[in-house]
Design a protein around this ligand. Structure first.
Ligand SMILES: [Fe+2]
Ligand SMILES: [Fe+2]
Length: 361
């Protein structure tokens, strides 16, 4: 766990975060209804899906995918305790309130459809309850720091990847078990909202204190999905299963960059964040380690990082805001600036691999 060194928010940030959580509390969106799901358990029969799995995906893979969803979701209280602890330690009632009143009760409903689907495949309720209890009793060690900005950054990545997982299940079920697919997609929609909320919380903290960007980077670098820690027998196979389910990895990378570009808030800060991530992953840019390129960029200042930010958006196919100022450093005539810009772009496009930014997905 990092020491969350330097976490600080000005009062304006706290008041904006309070207002954001007020808005979420006033309009949390439609929650799942576990009682209604249990009543519709016949429609959650997914036996037909077994015949229609993608080539290369076995029944064991498919059951593992569902169990990973159920077991990761059932351990909500373990993650919730970490957020509550961080909120209290860093005196952040806005985060405590969000965690306690919105996030935790919402997450408590997410395992239900998967338990019912697994029951339709012949797993007994007792057996599944026992497996869930075992996971709930395991000691959960959080991968990352506990200051609010680290927790909300962790939330973005965790929720985004979970959103993908439920989406993947929904796609697998759609042709053979439409109601089950719909339920998976309802869970997915909750995770989409959670991703958005954590992203907005993180963006406010960074906007009000840009130094927080380092804690964002710390979290991205040490992030691990809770499933890989609590349910390693399934969590360690998640990439293999995503490949077998034909998940579009470039889309995942693009979404990741887009989320963090929004967290950064400006092209300059997006460039700073991505250069810090790449440098700390020891990426080289040509013959020069990125840490050396960073020293040069620090001398050029904002415009240098802004160019990196722009180049990254282009590489990942993310539209850039056209309103942002594109003026070069005063010392460079416009034509030289354009040439410099084209070079930086070329370098990023050729040399920065997806993994340098987001790690191994
Ligand atoms: Fe969830
Ligand atoms: Fe969630």
């Amino acid at each position: 766990m990092s020491a969350s060194v330097g976490f600080h928010l000005p009062p304006r940030a706290v008041s904006r975060l309070d207002t954001l959580v007020d808005g979420i509390e006033a309009n949390p969106g439609p929650l799942l209804n576990p009682a209604a799901l249990r009543e519709a358990s016949e429609d959650l029969d997914i036996r037909n899906a077994i015949e229609q799995l993608p080539d290369g995906m076995s029944l064991e893979d498919f059951v593992g995918i569902l169990k990973l969803a159920m077991l990761t979701e059932c351990a909500t209280d373990s993650y919730s305790a970490v957020f509550q602890d961080g909120a209290e330690r860093f005196d952040s009632p806005w985060l405590a309130r969000f965690n306690e009143r919105i996030w935790t009760p919402d997450e408590h409903t997410h395992y239900t459809p998967y338990k019912l689907m697994l029951q339709s495949l012949g797993y007994s309720e007792e057996e599944l309850d026992r497996e869930m209890r075992e996971v709930q009793e395991r000691n959960y060690e959080h991968c990352c720091g506990r200051s609010p900005v680290e927790l909300t950054t962790y939330g973005i990545i965790q929720e985004y990847l979970t959103d993908n997982w439920h989406g993947m299940i929904s796609t697998l079920l759609k042709p053979s078990a439409p109601y089950a697919a719909k339920c998976a997609s309802m869970v997915k929609r909750r995770e989409t909202l959670h991703t958005t909320w954590y992203r907005e919380m993180t963006a406010i903290q960074v906007e009000e204190n840009p130094e927080m960007l380092h804690l964002v980077a710390d979290t991205v670098l040490t992030f691990q999905m809770p499933g890989t820690r609590l349910v390693p027998e399934f969590g360690s196979r998640s990439l293999e299963w995503m490949s077998k389910a034909n998940v579009d990895f470039p889309r995942v990378a693009r979404d990741f960059v887009r989320n963090f570009q929004q967290v950064a808030g400006t092209m300059k800060r997006a460039g700073q964040l991505f250069v810090e991530l790449a440098a700390r992953r020891s990426v080289k840019l040509g013959p020069m380690p990125l840490s050396a390129a960073r020293r040069v960029l620090d001398r050029i200042g904002g415009p240098g990082y802004g160019l990196i930010g722009e180049a990254l958006m282009d590489k990942f196919g993310i539209p850039r805001p056209t309103t942002e100022s594109r003026t070069g450093p005063i010392s460079l005539p416009p034509r030289m600036y354009e040439a410099f810009r084209a070079r930086v772009r070329g370098m990023i496009i050729q040399r920065i691999e997806t993994a340098a930014i987001i790690g191994e997905v």
